[in-house]
Design a protein around this ligand. Sequence first.
Ligand SMILES: NC(=O)c1ccc[n+]([C@@H]2O[C@H](COP(=O)([O-])OP(=O)(O)OC[C@H]3O[C@@H](n4cnc5c(N)ncnc54)[C@H](OP(=O)(O)O)[C@@H]3O)[C@@H](O)[C@H]2O)c1
Length: 252
Amino acid sequence: MQLQDKVAIITGASSGIGRTAAKLFSKQGASVVLNARREKELSQLKSEIEAQGGKAEIVVGDVQLESTHQQCVETAIEHFGKLDVCFNNAGWLGEMNSVEDVSVEGFNETIAVNLTSAFLAMKHQIPALKNNGGSIIYTTSFVGPTMGMPGMAAYAAAKAGLNGLVHVGAIEGGEYNIRVNAIASGGVDTPMGRTVADTPENKAFVEGLHALKRIAQPEEIAETALFLASGQSSFITGAILPVDGGLTKTKV
Ligand SMILES: NC(=O)c1ccc[n+]([C@@H]2O[C@H](COP(=O)([O-])OP(=O)(O)OC[C@H]3O[C@@H](n4cnc5c(N)ncnc54)[C@H](OP(=O)(O)O)[C@@H]3O)[C@@H](O)[C@H]2O)c1
């Protein structure tokens, strides 16, 4: 029970990595606050967690809004008495278009969902974590910080910016024993991952980028989030941890 009596917020909990992490965190003893926009999916997940003897509350809301992050923190405190772990994992590929064709609105919205949301989350989580310390975790990508992919200008810019935010968060949070890290994920078999690997050719291309010649299962990313949430990573902060099947070491 690596998260016994801990309280965790998980964004992007209605699908993919976030849904898998929510179940894993709960299994490891955490009470969880689940956020995404799709209420039906969150309610279903809450029921599954409760059926297994866990505790969960849902916050339905868009991560672009400051009020969503305020509500997540308030829900953790009101229902579970404190906050220990924040897995700020929600993300979106946004408008996929070349730089010359992408709309300004589409660019800005992609930045808002992937980057401004990360700032808003940290802004409201740090005050709640200051008393006891805690762990803030993000899901970043190889797209942006490591390489470019055509049609992903805004997503890449957001994820590269997110890495900078992690560095500053770690420096500012350190004196309060607040650790801030990011998982630099390779390709993952989720609805988002399947959007990119949408044809047999594209799937083979994406798999071939990885040294392991496959993409990850969401459990493999969730297990890393658990490690970064738990005391097992107590001296790790400011890290952008590659969990990418060797993608960043592969020459294609
Ligand atoms: N899959 C990959 O290959 C891959 C690779 C590298 C990094 N990542 C990162 O991993 C994270 C999780 O992605 P995933 O692969 O698990 O994708 P996913 O299955 O599509 O899940 C994305 C989650 O984000 C939530 N979300 C999206 N926009 C939101 C918004 N505006 N407000 C609130 N919630 C929002 C979605 O919930 P609702 O739709 O219900 O709001 C959903 O729960 C993302 O940050 C992504 O960038 C993924």
